[in-house]
Design a protein around this ligand. Structure first.
Ligand SMILES: [Zn+2]
Length: 425
């Protein structure tokens, strides 16, 4: 289908100011962009009259867990049986697309093959969903985040993380996930305030373990991601060539220097939702503000804001998304992150949008064809009823997304068509 978006305000994802224009899609590509309304010929194509709506690139969620079940606890995620879990994750994948996330980076899956199965089903057209990079389970060490085994029930299936100890255990786990076809291996390097006795500022994985994981992952040309809240875990990530760093809340000056030195390779996604929600709205899961502060979340938010501001100043790419899929921050609310970026990190709405689009394409490893409205690039587009630059929260409302296009195909068809336009007879 060839589609012409006409009479739209083009916000192209590069940071340039929006302009009125037309955009022609052929197959799965943006083939022509016209400046000025009705600047491209409309013959022989499906014409979508945007009536002044904003056309922007589809967004990228940098830290996605299709397998999280909107539950209150980590072990509840794991208790869902495989069959239900697969159906659940398929539904969640569709939901992300419905909310304008045309790309998602898998940040860990609770069952070993779940992410790969969902990605493959999306790619083969079996189910609707965003472009997706499939993740491994969170690989962790005994006692750290993701090890939910009970002393008297030593079954690995009880844990949403894959628990390994020592280089050989790590080698085997990484090879297994690569065999299943993951795009990204996830390592839990630091602790996490959600887990008792594993403070976010502590480091759990040894250099030997991380080194083996890095070696095996790179042999297969795949990418490493880390759960790294502590400063040391950020440095450990960078020492071993981890390119996707999640959280990085407590990054000190040395960690920031190391990040800056690798800024063309590295992506950071702070995943602010866990911290902000538990601190301010944790009552939904029985965590009041005092408890959240005792868990260290006030301290972590302060540190994360400081670290992210410093990163942005140094030109390090900080992306939205992260850890939606809990009771305190259910799937679908992910665009709240853009609001948090503006409110807490001091980004302009334009900067937040560039991070969700241009940087998103780069994080999807398709930085030369995804994440911007450019001739020859992939047609992942949102037609937005409103102006995200004057109100970034407009992207939180799926009803404001008039049309959603992924790879040249509408996952949501616009209602405003040329024949019904306010402007065309
Ligand atoms: Zn996560």
């Amino acid at each position: 289908m060839n589609v012409l978006f006409t009479n739209v305000r083009i916000l192209d994802g590069t940071g340039a100011q929006p302009y009125a224009g037309d955009v022609l899609i052929q197959g799965n590509r943006i083939v022509r962009i016209g400046r000025g309304t009705r600047s491209l010929p409309a013959a022989g194509v499906t014409v979508i009259d945007g009536a002044g709506a904003t056309l922007m690139p589809g967004m990228c969620e940098a830290h996605t867990h299709f397998g999280w079940t909107n539950s209150k606890t980590l072990d509840a995620i794991q208790k869902m049986p495989h069959e239900e879990h697969t159906l659940w994750a398929a539904q969640v994948a569709k939901l992300y697309l419905d909310y304008g996330w045309t790309s998602c980076v898998g940040a860990a899956t609770p069952k070993p093959r779940l992410d790969c199965v969902i990605r493959n089903a999306i790619e083969s057209g079996q189910i609707p969903g965003p472009r997706y990079l499939a993740a491994s389970q969170e690989i962790t060490v005994t006692g750290s985040l993701g090890d939910d085994m009970l002393p008297h029930l030593p079954f690995p299936e009880m844990s949403f993380g894959c628990v390994v100890d020592g280089p050989e255990g790590m080698r085997k786990a990484v090879r297994m996930f690569l065999k299943y076809g993951v795009d990204q291996i996830k390592l839990n390097l630091s602790g996490d305030n959600l887990v008792p006795g594993a403070d976010a500022r502590t480091n759990w994985m040894s250099d030997e373990e991380v080194a083996i994981a890095a070696r095996e992952t790179k042999v297969r040309g795949k990418r490493l991601a880390s759960h790294a809240r502590s400063s040391e875990s950020v440095k450990q990530s960078l020492r071993h060539g981890v390119e996707v760093i999640y959280h990085a809340s407590f990054a000190d000056d040395e960690a920031l220097d190391m990040l800056e030195a690798q800024k063309d390779k590295v992506f950071v996604a702070p995943g602010l939702s866990v911290i902000i929600r538990l601190l301010n709205e944790g009552e939904v899961v029985g965590i009041d503000n005092k408890t959240a502060r005792n868990m260290g979340y006030e301290l972590e938010l302060e540190a994360a804001v400081k670290s992210m501001k410093a990163m942005l100043k140094r030109g390090i790419r900080v992306l939205p998304g992260g850890d939606y899929g809990f009771a305190w921050a259910p799937h679908g609310e992910n665009a709240k992150d853009l609001e948090y970026f503006v409110k807490y990190l001091g980004m302009t709405p334009m900067e937040a949008l560039v991070s969700a689009t241009r940087w998103g394409g780069q994080m999807m490893m398709r930085g030369k064809e995804l994440g911007e409205i450019r001739e020859g690039w992939l047609a992942d587009l949102l037609l937005v009823d409103g102006d995200p630059l004057s109100n970034i929260t407009v992207l939180q409302d799926k009803h404001k997304l008039l049309a959603i296009m992924k790879d040249g195909e509408f996952s949501k068809m616009p209602e405003i068509r040329s024949q019904r336009s306010r402007f065309v007879a």
